[in-house]
Design a protein around this ligand. Structure first.
Ligand SMILES: [Ca+2]
Ligand SMILES: [Ca+2]
Ligand SMILES: [Ca+2]
Length: 340
């Protein structure tokens, strides 16, 4: 069993060391009847074995984020997430101690991005097959007994790891007397009913984005790095390319920060001046330039943004850049700036 868990059925490029500002579970709230403790968003636990994680109520945590799939990923209802998709992963479970006996709880979980797949099969097969790829890095999913909690056993897959709906994946009508769920955009309404023998464990996959490091500076005041929030502001933003994001593949028109967007001066950039080695005008857009500003061997993109900055809060503020590559893969990055 343990060896089977270790088979990696999908290949992947793992993107490490990235911010997770856009990826998180954002809220959980009980609906209807509950005989369990209040649900909670938690940090990744040391183990995810059946025998040593007693949650009291439904708990959820963010797993791997910004994972670019190198092979298709399989989930409930025949969903196949194609290779090339970038995903974020999250785990939600309810598992009670032997002394409690049983518990049931219905809760609505909200994510920052839309849900694209759920893994809830009763044996936990989808979960087990994807944990090497999507699991939280510091959490033990595979080694039973646990290396850190002696005597604790129960690594997925096993009977009753997932949901025990009467029909395995019936979600359309979600009876409060059984395991089931319904998904709507960035929310999952999740009903779990567990006995102490085995809990319920569900992996939720949401849209993800490739992470880029960015640097935001006011066009005229680079040193102070403050932007004004009471006028049409112009801001220079550097997007640093990396091994996963080639900045020349960025769809410039897709870039946005709050209500700011790339300032378009004209569309004849290919004929513009300034075309010299290591300092290329970006094709078709004079307001973004491509060069390796930090000399790390990856091209970077420097763009001028403008627009209505009046909605940005004063003080030290985290601003998030979103956009996509020309092939549709989302990108995102953030930087803290002074706003006044
Ligand atoms: Ca159950
Ligand atoms: Ca179960
Ligand atoms: Ca660079």
């Amino acid at each position: 069993m343990k060896k089977m868990n270790r088979i990696i059925v999908v290949s992947v490029i793992l993107l490490c060391g990235m911010a997770q500002a856009n990826a998180a579970i954002t809220n959980v709230a009980v609906v209807g009847e509950s005989t369990a403790a209040a649900p909670a968003i938690i940090t990744p636990p040391s183990d995810l074995l059946n025998g040593c994680i007693d949650a009291g109520g439904q708990v959820g945590f963010d797993e791997a984020q910004g994972v670019l799939l190198g092979a298709p990923l399989y989930a409930d209802d025949g969903v196949v997430i194609p290779a090339g998709t970038v995903v974020d992963s999250h785990m939600i479970f309810l598992n009670v101690p032997l002394s409690v006996g049983s518990a049931k709880q219905q809760a609505i979980w909200t994510f920052k991005k839309p849900i694209i797949a759920v893994m809830s099969d009763s044996g936990g097969l989808y979960e087990a097959a994807s944990s090497a790829l999507l699991g939280a890095t510091a959490t033990n999913y595979f080694t039973s007994p646990s290396p850190t909690t002696p005597g604790c056993t129960g690594a997925a897959p096993f009977n009753a790891r997932g949901l025990e709906a009467s029909t395995q994946y019936v979600h359309s009508a979600c009876p409060n007397t059984n395991d089931c769920y319904t998904v709507s955009d960035n929310q999952i309404d999740l009903n779990m009913w567990v006995a102490s023998a085995a809990g319920d464990w569900v992996r939720v996959i949401t849209q993800g984005a490739l992470e880029v490091t960015i640097a935001i500076k006011d066009e005229g005041e680079h040193k102070r790095k403050c932007i004004e929030n009471h006028k049409r502001e112009q801001i220079r933003v550097t997007i640093f390319g990396n091994a996963n994001v080639e900045v020349k593949q960025i769809d410039i028109a897709s870039l946005g920060i709050e209500d700011l967007s790339v300032r378009i001066r004209d569309n004849d950039g290919e004929h513009g001046k300034g075309h010299r080695k290591g300092h290329d005008k970006h094709k078709g857009n004079k307001s973004c330039k491509v060069k390796d500003t930090n000399h790390d061997g990856f091209y970077d993109m420097v763009c001028n943004f403008s627009g209505d900055a009046s909605g940005i809060s004063e003080g030290s503020t985290l601003l998030e850049l979103t956009g996509q590559l020309k092939n549709g893969v989302p990108i995102e990055g953030s930087d803290t700036v002074c706003v006044r």
